[in-house]
Design a protein around this ligand. Structure first.
Ligand SMILES: [Zn+2]
Length: 425
């Protein structure tokens, strides 16, 4: 429920009323543009699940957003979603450009809307019915959150709100994010799903070294399935067919009659039934195992080369300590990455760096100080651990690879048509 001042808008998507409620004061909100853009996203998703009838899963839907100065998040409901965004993310009348903030907000709306099918109706058996009195365990969050995270941005490109280049940038960032954490080599997305209650939502400073995100890695697992199915079937089948079969079998009638969720042991067979593709290796290594996904090989038939971004200039080009720092007056290490320069020198999360080669370091000037050095340089670091001053020597590493680049390189063969088919749906 929303009380107080708010802006109202709305649109029809395949004949169903969708309302937009924005509370919080937003100057010059371009509601007309927001409604037009969301309509495209919603219609694309409805058509994905019901290509023939274009029947929405709800009688009416409400996007409820609270606009604040600094916030981001969303929660899916059966026929609505509650979102928080920065007011600067919302579109401004007279400024038609696609800002990063607005694209992020549209991605969030797309994510929560996709949940209307995937998790609010298609559910794991252990959530059907959901027992609110205790924690409900499942190994399938990679399918419900990961696949939803894959489709949220994909639906933006399919509905024409962003271009292929922008979509590849987003993918390159996700790939970089997943490959940065060594937790991915220790925990599968199936385990990560099961441990969500005790680990993911209780992340500590060691999280990136110990756990993997079933959102981020789960979205890459979805990408791997999609590309693999398409390549094996010459683009006649795709992950969309998996989603449709899940929908027909479990989702469509979920609120009519006896609710039935999918059993974990039935998932692999359903993928095979929907597509006819051999996905055993991906289930073994990508879902239940911890091997890195063979994304370069999977992207190749679609005419896409995957390369790490090796930054040489700008702050991204600074030699790496291998830490995450809490910004502010103190340079407190929020996380120390495994096998990093800092870890080899004995630094750990919680340490407060005070000086590098005798110069005072803060949360704000660390990058500037590091930029004076080249990879391989040895620096003297003074740091407090609790109230004890320590001195250590750190040998700086090469700059971190934080993202990957996806480049279209079409040779002979159908790669271009395949890529367009994938991105157009
Ligand atoms: Zn979600």
């Amino acid at each position: 429920m929303t009380l107080g001042e708010f802006a109202l808008g709305g649109f029809e998507a395949h004949g169903v009323r969708h309302d937009i409620v924005i509370s919080g004061r937003v100057v010059n909100l371009d509601m007309t543009r927001l409604a037009a853009d969301l309509k495209r996203v919603c219609e694309a998703q409805i058509a994905l699940f019901e290509p023939r009838t274009k029947k929405a899963p709800v009688e009416r839907y409400v996007f409820m957003t609270v606009a604040v100065s600094d916030g981001y998040g969303g929660l899916e409901h059966r026929a609505s979603t509650a979102l928080i965004c920065n007011r600067s993310d919302l579109p401004v009348r007279g400024r038609p450009e696609m800002t990063e903030g607005y694209r992020t907000y549209l991605g969030l709306c797309s994510h929560e809307y996709f949940h209307t099918w995937n998790v609010k109706r298609i559910k794991p058996a252990s959530f059907a019915p959901y027992d609110l009195s205790q924690e409900n365990y499942t190994t399938l969050l990679w399918l419900f959150e990961g696949f939803t995270s894959y489709y949220d941005d994909l639906m933006l490109v399919r509905s024409g709100l962003i271009g292929a280049g922008e979509y590849f940038n987003l993918l390159g960032k996700t790939i970089g994010g997943v490959l940065r954490g060594t937790g991915r080599l220790k925990q599968s997305v199936a385990q990560s799903s099961f441990d969500a209650w005790v680990k993911y939502y209780r992340a500590d400073e060691n999280a990136s070294n110990a756990i993997v995100s079933y959102y981020q890695k789960g979205s890459l697992v979805a990408l791997a399935f999609d590309l693999s199915i398409r390549a094996q079937t010459a683009n006649r089948k795709s992950l969309d067919d998996v989603m449709r079969l899940l929908w027909q079998r479990y989702g469509r009638d979920f609120y009519r009659g006896k609710p039935r969720g999918i059993l974990e042991e039935d998932v692999e067979a359903l993928f095979a039934e929907a597509t006819g593709a051999d996905l055993r290796a991906l289930f073994r290594d990508g879902v239940r195992g911890t091997r890195d996904l063979p994304l370069d090989a999977l992207l190749e038939p679609f005419g896409i080369a995957l390369t790490p971004d090796l930054p040489t200039n700008g702050t991204a080009g600074k030699p790496s300590l291998g830490v995450r720092v809490r910004g502010g007056a103190d340079c407190t290490l929020a996380a120390v990455h495994e096998n990093s320069a800092a870890q080899k020198a004995g630094l750990s999360a919680g340490d407060v760096l005070v000086a590098i080669d005798g110069l005072r370091v803060t949360g704000a000037n660390l990058d500037a100080l590091l930029l004076r050095y080249l990879p391989g340089a040895k620096i003297e670091v003074h740091a407090f651990r609790r109230d004890e001053l320590r001195r250590t020597e750190v040998k700086l590493d090469a700059p971190d690879v934080s993202r990957y680049t996806l480049t279209a390189i079409d040779g002979r063969g159908p790669s271009k048509q395949w890529r367009e088919r994938w991105l157009k749906g």
